[in-house]
Design a protein around this ligand. Structure first.
Ligand SMILES: [Zn+2]
Length: 252
């Protein structure tokens, strides 16, 4: 009991540390700033943050969300992303067990979290995220090389369909980043689950976007990244059971 609590605590702590790095990516990548070399500083007074100002979650709570020097408010985005990433890592390990493959899924979920927020704000998915996810897919393939056909079909089936849609509509129906995202995530999920992920993403996207347009007069332009990411996350965690359930109600 003690050891399993300690294990999950360590997973959560790793999750919030990576979450802290995601904050840097979310802030700097759209501005084309260096994510490693530039040191973290206060947005108001330029105070260079010390190591004890950079402890994920705890520094924010300890400083009550204000800069140590000038007292300017720090965006609650920082602790929220950190805590969310910690929870996502716990969720992955709880559902998929503790092994190398689950670690790949943890990193996939972190990438989806960061790219979703960037896409939500800028309508663009930075290509680096898609390359990183594709690399995770290749590592997963290397762990189980017999699965190559499923992996290859996974990369192609949804993305090719979207590419045709892209060409026909001259890029109005779907963005290039979404196509690459589906190709990269397909490498991770295989063909059945990436189709499921895409369907879930479209359904969630349609429902949420209609509500948003009604409630807040949101933009008619739809950033698909966050919805596709939700689809990928659900398919990665519970896709097999969902497909079994769906096939059982069809009575095949
Ligand atoms: Zn300051």
């Amino acid at each position: 009991m003690f050891w399993s609590i300690l294990f999950y605590l360590i997973i959560f702590l790793f999750g919030i540390v990576i979450g802290s790095f995601l904050n840097v990516c979310i802030l700097r990548i759209p501005l084309k700033q260096d994510i490693v070399k530039v040191s973290s500083h206060c947005m108001s007074c330029d105070y260079k943050l010390k190591w004890y100002d950079l402890i994920p979650l705890f520094s924010y709570l300890f400083l009550k969300g204000r800069c140590r020097k000038c007292g300017a408010k720090i965006s609650p985005q920082y602790p929220i992303i950190e805590a969310t990433n910690g929870c996502l890592w716990l969720l992955v390990i709880t559902v998929k067990g503790a092994d190398v493959e689950s670690l790949l899924y943890c990193l996939l979920f972190s990438s989806l979290l960061a790219l979703s927020i960037i896409d939500w704000r800028t309508y663009e998915i930075p290509v680096g995220f898609n390359i990183f996810i594709a690399c995770l897919g290749i590592v997963k393939l290397a762990l189980d090389i017999r699965n190559w056909l499923n992996t290859l079909l996974g990369a192609l089936c949804v993305s090719l369909f979207l590419l045709i849609l892209y060409v026909i509509t001259k890029g109005r129906a779907i963005g290039g980043g979404d196509i690459k995202l589906m190709a990269a995530c397909g490498l991770m999920l295989g063909w059945k689950l990436i189709i499921l992920a895409f369907c879930i993403g479209c359904i969630v996207g349609a429902i949420v976007h209609v509500i948003r347009m009604k409630v807040s007069k949101a933009d008619h332009v739809l950033a698909m990244g966050p919805y596709l990411s939700v689809g990928v996350a659900v398919a990665a965690l519970w896709g097999e059971s969902l497909l079994e359930w769906y096939i059982s109600i069809l009575g095949i």
